[in-house]
Design a protein around this ligand. Structure first.
Ligand code: MG
Length: 301
């Protein structure tokens, strides 16, 4: 079709648009991450981590402005079920939330008395529980936060319940990173980007079954691996397909793990989200730039 798409399975031909263009909406960042779409306001908030700022893109005008600076070296974001911004803060080593009145609430800062490493990515389930990954990227160096030793001594995934209690839910990954639920919330998908610290750690997405009543997780199983850099942040569409960041662009993966195809992006992609009134446009955080492209798929969130 073009240099833009790599069709691996015939299904992917139907998920992309022959006349859709890859648009570069903005450039000038150092490491763009953590996009979150606010449907009510028609804007996206994302992070430029090494520059210690968050930015805002308005769909209505196309304008881009700084949202917060300094921003506590924020990384991943999501919008909760009440429309509030939830942030992973590398510097504060915490999960925070901006309330409707503009004040900030810290949702979790420690586990069993020890500070988190540097929360990386976050999602909210329909029952309002908040799930986040806690690798060490924000404490490894001074570049994306403040260098410090890990107090917990491991990189885990945690769940914050609405009563504020924190539970460690995944301990078997090297560097857990992006995460998302399947449309029915019966599966939790989590990226392991541990190749950054362990050359033997294959870049992968793991799937864990979620118990409907207790939110406890089953044993993880690998559903996808890649040799194209590593996976980082990703989103799931309404049909359960995974649209994930990778070293060469965006990979689209069926729920059973089959790689359907790729959208090739000129810079390494860290994260993405579905945006717009139809949630059929990808907003792509790719190293120094933001790209966007319409696809023939609808984002879950
Ligand atoms: Mg990430």
């Amino acid at each position: 079709m073009s240099d833009l798409y790599q069709i691996i399975e015939p299904e992917f031909q139907k998920l992309v648009l022959a006349n859709s263009q890859l648009e570069r909406l903005w450039t000038g960042g150092r490491w763009c991450e953590g996009p979150a779409w606010f449907p009510a306001g028609k804007y996206v908030i994302w992070s430029d981590i090494p520059n210690n700022r968050t930015l805002r893109w308005d769909e209505t005008s196309g304008s881009i402005s700084e949202f917060e600076r300094p921003a506590g070296y924020q990384n991943g974001h999501t919008v909760d079920n009440d429309g509030r911004l939830i942030s992973c803060e590398h510097q504060g080593r915490c999960i925070s939330r901006i309330e409707h009145d503009g004040t900030t609430t810290t949702l979790a800062r420690t586990f069993e008395g020890k500070r988190f490493n540097s929360p990386n990515d976050v999602i909210v389930k329909s029952d309002n529980s908040v799930w986040f990954s806690d690798p060490t990227y924000g404490i490894d160096t001074e570049y994306e936060g403040d260098a410090a030793p890990s107090e917990i001594g491991a990189s885990n995934v945690y769940r914050i319940d609405p009563d504020g209690s924190v539970t460690c839910v995944i301990k078997d990954l090297v560097q857990p990173n992006g995460l998302a639920f399947s449309p029915d919330e019966r599966e939790l998908y989590v990226v392991d980007s541990g190749i950054t610290h362990d050359p033997n750690c294959v870049p992968k997405i793991c799937s864990y079954t979620v118990d409907e009543g207790t939110n406890s997780l089953g044993t993880g199983r690998v559903i996808s691996t890649t040799n194209d850099g590593h996976y980082d942040g990703f989103r799931v569409d309404a049909k359960g397909r995974i649209w994930t960041s990778a070293g060469d662009g965006i990979h689209c993966i069926a729920p059973d793990g089959t790689l359907l195809g790729k959208i090739l992006i000129p810079e390494v992609v860290a994260n993405l989200c579905f945006i717009g009134p139809k949630k059929n446009r990808l907003f792509v955080c790719a190293t120094t730039s933001i790209y966007a492209i319409y696809v023939n798929a609808t984002g879950l969130k």
